[in-house]
Ligand binder design. Structure first.
Ligand SMILES: [Zn+2]
Length: 192
Protein backbone atom coordinates (compact mmCIF):
# COMPACT_ATOMS: atom_id res chain seq x y z
CA UNK A 1 0.00 0.00 0.00
CA UNK A 2 1.20 3.46 -0.85
CA UNK A 3 2.49 5.64 1.96
CA UNK A 4 0.43 8.38 0.36
CA UNK A 5 -2.74 6.93 1.88
CA UNK A 6 -1.50 7.80 5.35
CA UNK A 7 -1.29 11.49 4.50
CA UNK A 8 -4.12 13.84 5.29
CA UNK A 9 -6.55 14.38 2.49
CA UNK A 10 -5.00 16.76 -0.01
CA UNK A 11 -6.56 20.20 -0.33
CA UNK A 12 -5.82 22.07 -3.54
CA UNK A 13 -6.90 25.55 -4.58
CA UNK A 14 -7.64 27.37 -7.82
CA UNK A 15 -6.90 31.08 -7.83
CA UNK A 16 -6.88 33.33 -10.91
CA UNK A 17 -7.39 30.38 -13.25
CA UNK A 18 -4.32 28.54 -11.94
CA UNK A 19 -4.03 25.51 -9.72
CA UNK A 20 -1.77 26.73 -6.91
CA UNK A 21 -0.21 23.30 -6.42
CA UNK A 22 0.86 22.97 -10.06
CA UNK A 23 3.99 24.13 -11.80
CA UNK A 24 3.13 26.37 -14.75
CA UNK A 25 4.59 25.88 -18.20
CA UNK A 26 2.55 27.73 -20.81
CA UNK A 27 1.65 25.88 -24.00
CA UNK A 28 1.22 27.80 -27.25
CA UNK A 29 -1.58 25.36 -28.12
CA UNK A 30 -4.50 27.34 -26.72
CA UNK A 31 -6.97 30.05 -27.63
CA UNK A 32 -9.71 32.04 -25.91
CA UNK A 33 -12.94 30.32 -24.94
CA UNK A 34 -16.11 31.62 -26.61
CA UNK A 35 -17.34 34.79 -24.90
CA UNK A 36 -19.23 34.26 -21.65
CA UNK A 37 -18.62 30.52 -21.91
CA UNK A 38 -19.34 28.65 -18.69
CA UNK A 39 -16.92 25.83 -17.81
CA UNK A 40 -19.04 22.82 -16.92
CA UNK A 41 -17.22 19.69 -18.10
CA UNK A 42 -13.99 17.98 -17.09
CA UNK A 43 -12.38 15.44 -19.41
CA UNK A 44 -9.88 12.86 -18.15
CA UNK A 45 -7.25 11.48 -20.52
CA UNK A 46 -4.08 9.45 -20.44
CA UNK A 47 -0.87 9.97 -22.35
CA UNK A 48 2.68 8.65 -22.20
CA UNK A 49 5.56 9.26 -24.59
CA UNK A 50 6.74 7.02 -25.97
CA UNK A 51 3.54 5.03 -25.35
CA UNK A 52 3.70 3.04 -22.08
CA UNK A 53 7.02 4.61 -21.04
CA UNK A 54 6.78 6.81 -17.97
CA UNK A 55 8.93 9.48 -16.36
CA UNK A 56 10.20 10.97 -19.61
CA UNK A 57 10.36 14.67 -20.50
CA UNK A 58 8.54 14.08 -23.78
CA UNK A 59 4.92 14.81 -22.85
CA UNK A 60 5.94 18.24 -21.61
CA UNK A 61 8.00 18.80 -24.77
CA UNK A 62 5.06 17.66 -26.90
CA UNK A 63 2.63 20.13 -25.30
CA UNK A 64 5.18 22.90 -25.84
CA UNK A 65 5.74 21.97 -29.53
CA UNK A 66 9.35 21.15 -28.63
CA UNK A 67 9.37 17.39 -29.02
CA UNK A 68 12.84 15.94 -29.60
CA UNK A 69 11.73 14.06 -32.66
CA UNK A 70 14.89 11.93 -32.95
CA UNK A 71 14.46 10.48 -29.47
CA UNK A 72 11.96 7.80 -30.57
CA UNK A 73 10.72 6.49 -33.94
CA UNK A 74 7.10 7.06 -32.88
CA UNK A 75 7.63 10.79 -32.47
CA UNK A 76 7.76 11.48 -36.21
CA UNK A 77 4.09 10.42 -36.37
CA UNK A 78 2.98 13.00 -33.86
CA UNK A 79 5.48 15.85 -34.12
CA UNK A 80 3.21 18.04 -36.26
CA UNK A 81 0.20 17.70 -33.94
CA UNK A 82 -0.68 20.78 -31.91
CA UNK A 83 -2.21 19.63 -28.67
CA UNK A 84 -2.30 20.53 -25.01
CA UNK A 85 -4.22 19.95 -21.81
CA UNK A 86 -4.83 22.25 -18.88
CA UNK A 87 -3.08 19.84 -16.52
CA UNK A 88 -0.75 16.86 -16.61
CA UNK A 89 -0.42 14.59 -13.57
CA UNK A 90 2.66 12.36 -13.67
CA UNK A 91 3.03 8.93 -12.04
CA UNK A 92 4.26 10.48 -8.78
CA UNK A 93 1.34 12.89 -8.60
CA UNK A 94 3.29 15.94 -9.64
CA UNK A 95 1.07 18.39 -11.53
CA UNK A 96 1.99 20.74 -14.36
CA UNK A 97 -0.42 23.30 -15.76
CA UNK A 98 -0.04 24.21 -19.45
CA UNK A 99 -3.08 26.40 -20.10
CA UNK A 100 -4.98 28.76 -17.77
CA UNK A 101 -8.45 27.48 -17.00
CA UNK A 102 -10.07 30.54 -18.56
CA UNK A 103 -8.52 29.60 -21.91
CA UNK A 104 -9.29 26.76 -24.26
CA UNK A 105 -6.77 23.89 -24.25
CA UNK A 106 -6.62 21.57 -27.25
CA UNK A 107 -7.29 18.17 -25.70
CA UNK A 108 -10.67 16.77 -26.75
CA UNK A 109 -10.62 17.26 -30.54
CA UNK A 110 -13.82 16.31 -32.39
CA UNK A 111 -16.14 15.65 -29.47
CA UNK A 112 -19.58 16.10 -28.02
CA UNK A 113 -21.25 15.89 -24.64
CA UNK A 114 -24.97 16.11 -23.91
CA UNK A 115 -25.69 17.26 -27.46
CA UNK A 116 -23.05 20.00 -27.46
CA UNK A 117 -20.08 19.75 -29.79
CA UNK A 118 -16.51 21.02 -29.43
CA UNK A 119 -15.98 20.09 -25.79
CA UNK A 120 -12.75 22.12 -25.70
CA UNK A 121 -14.96 25.25 -25.62
CA UNK A 122 -16.49 24.44 -22.25
CA UNK A 123 -14.24 21.85 -20.63
CA UNK A 124 -11.07 21.43 -18.65
CA UNK A 125 -8.73 18.67 -19.79
CA UNK A 126 -6.58 16.65 -17.42
CA UNK A 127 -3.98 14.20 -18.71
CA UNK A 128 -2.77 11.39 -16.45
CA UNK A 129 0.59 9.95 -17.34
CA UNK A 130 -0.39 6.43 -18.26
CA UNK A 131 -1.73 3.97 -20.75
CA UNK A 132 -5.19 2.41 -21.19
CA UNK A 133 -4.27 -0.99 -19.74
CA UNK A 134 -1.75 -0.11 -17.01
CA UNK A 135 -3.11 0.70 -13.53
CA UNK A 136 -2.75 4.34 -12.50
CA UNK A 137 -0.91 5.15 -9.28
CA UNK A 138 -2.51 5.92 -5.95
CA UNK A 139 -0.74 9.28 -6.02
CA UNK A 140 -2.47 10.07 -9.32
CA UNK A 141 -5.92 9.26 -7.93
CA UNK A 142 -5.36 11.37 -4.80
CA UNK A 143 -4.00 14.33 -6.74
CA UNK A 144 -6.73 14.03 -9.40
CA UNK A 145 -9.43 14.07 -6.73
CA UNK A 146 -7.91 17.07 -4.94
CA UNK A 147 -7.70 18.84 -8.30
CA UNK A 148 -11.29 17.99 -9.26
CA UNK A 149 -12.54 19.20 -5.88
CA UNK A 150 -10.68 22.50 -6.26
CA UNK A 151 -12.11 22.94 -9.77
CA UNK A 152 -15.66 22.10 -8.63
CA UNK A 153 -15.31 24.80 -5.94
CA UNK A 154 -14.25 27.31 -8.57
CA UNK A 155 -16.77 26.33 -11.30
CA UNK A 156 -20.24 25.63 -9.87
CA UNK A 157 -21.40 24.09 -13.16
CA UNK A 158 -18.75 21.42 -12.78
CA UNK A 159 -20.34 18.55 -10.86
CA UNK A 160 -19.24 14.91 -10.43
CA UNK A 161 -21.58 13.70 -13.19
CA UNK A 162 -19.85 16.08 -15.58
CA UNK A 163 -16.40 14.53 -15.03
CA UNK A 164 -15.98 12.09 -17.90
CA UNK A 165 -13.39 10.22 -19.93
CA UNK A 166 -12.16 11.24 -23.36
CA UNK A 167 -13.68 7.98 -24.65
CA UNK A 168 -17.11 9.23 -23.59
CA UNK A 169 -16.94 12.51 -25.54
CA UNK A 170 -15.19 11.00 -28.57
CA UNK A 171 -16.53 7.42 -28.74
CA UNK A 172 -15.12 5.25 -31.50
CA UNK A 173 -12.23 7.65 -31.91
CA UNK A 174 -10.61 7.71 -28.47
CA UNK A 175 -10.26 5.04 -25.78
CA UNK A 176 -8.57 6.93 -22.94
CA UNK A 177 -8.35 6.99 -19.99
CA UNK A 178 -9.05 3.31 -20.72
CA UNK A 179 -10.16 0.22 -18.80
CA UNK A 180 -7.34 0.55 -16.26
CA UNK A 181 -8.82 3.79 -14.96
CA UNK A 182 -10.88 2.80 -11.93
CA UNK A 183 -13.95 5.03 -12.18
CA UNK A 184 -15.64 3.41 -9.21
CA UNK A 185 -12.65 4.08 -6.96
CA UNK A 186 -12.24 7.61 -8.35
CA UNK A 187 -15.91 8.48 -7.77
CA UNK A 188 -15.82 6.97 -4.28
CA UNK A 189 -12.84 9.05 -3.11
CA UNK A 190 -14.19 12.12 -4.92
CA UNK A 191 -17.31 12.05 -2.73
CA UNK A 192 -15.51 11.01 0.47
ZN1 LIG B 1 -7.42 11.86 -24.64
Amino acid sequence: MSEYKTLNKLQFRVISDRLLEAGFCESPNQNPRPERQVVDLLVIHNISLPPKVFGTPYVKQFFLNQLEVDADPYFSEIESLKVSAHLFIDRKGEVTQFVSFDCRAWHAGVSSFDGRENCNDFSIGIELEGSDDIPFTEEQYQVLVATCNALMDRYPGLVPERIVGHSEVAPGRKTDPGPAFDWEYFRRILQA
